[in-house]
Write a protein that binds this ligand. Structure first.
Ligand code: GDP
Length: 200
């Protein structure tokens, strides 16, 4: 699968201000610092399309990128940043949830999970919110280069068993590393296949 064109379209502070087109949206969501910007840049093979390490605490925006003139990648604000006020956190949370519930072009949510760390309550909470609302979701485990290969399955099992307390079947998942492009072909192939079949 080839990305022939990836362009930044707009940063929107609210759902109402998001670009108004009929293209399908593939959404990336995760805790701040999970590697979301790096993953988007890795997928589109551009170093700075999505800004990495943006300063948390600043206004959080919904970023739209148009891919091959066919679909959008949507970068949602990272959640769970500890060093901000409760009201800031709540407003990001509300904006994200409102977007997820009301975007009528949303095709698939990718929730990003840092493969190195133990299952986090906030990730499970977001996944359960998505599940309860019957929204389509896949998981992307990030930063796989940072742990030994032998640890990868162990970490994934740990996460999926925490999830299985709430989920009867575990969502499809990918393993990625933005550093060495692990998962790139699989994720893009999956997205493009879904997208090609949307209008059939
Ligand atoms: P975001 O806040 O979720 O957008 O996270 P960023 O993409 O800004 O990444 C946070 C930090 O993790 C940065 O220092 C990145 O260089 C680093 N990082 C992100 N993805 C990877 C990865 O796959 N491997 C490694 N080794 N570092 C990563």
């Amino acid at each position: 699968m080839k990305i022939t064109e990836a362009k930044f379209v707009k940063s929107s502070p609210r759902l109402e201000e998001c670009p108004n087109t009929n293209l399908p949206e593939y959404v990336f969501l995760g805790r701040s610092n999970v590697g979301k910007s790096s993953l988007i840049n890795m997928l589109v093979e551009r170093n700075k399309l999505s800004k990495t390490s943006s300063i948390p605490g600043k206004t959080q925006l919904i970023n739209h990128f148009i891919i091959n003139k066919k679909l959008f990648f949507v970068d949602l604000p990272g959640y769970g940043w500890a060093k901000t006020s409760k009201s800031n956190r709540e407003s990001w949370d509300n904006m994200t949830k409102k977007y997820l519930l009301n975007s009528d072009k949303l095709v698939l949510i990718f929730i990003l999970i840092d493969i190195r760390i133990k299952p986090q309550e906030i990730d499970i909470k977001y996944l359960n919110f998505i599940g309860k609302n019957n929204l389509p979701v896949n998981i992307i485990f990030t930063k796989a280069d940072k742990i030994k290969k032998s640890q990868i399955d162990k970490r994934i099992n740990e996460f999926t068993s925490s999830l299985s307390k709430y989920w009867s079947s575990i969502p499809n998942y990918f393993i990625s590393s933005s550093l060495n492009k692990t998962g790139r072909n699989e994720i893009l192939k999956y997205i493009f296949e879904i997208n090609e079949n949307l209008n059939k």
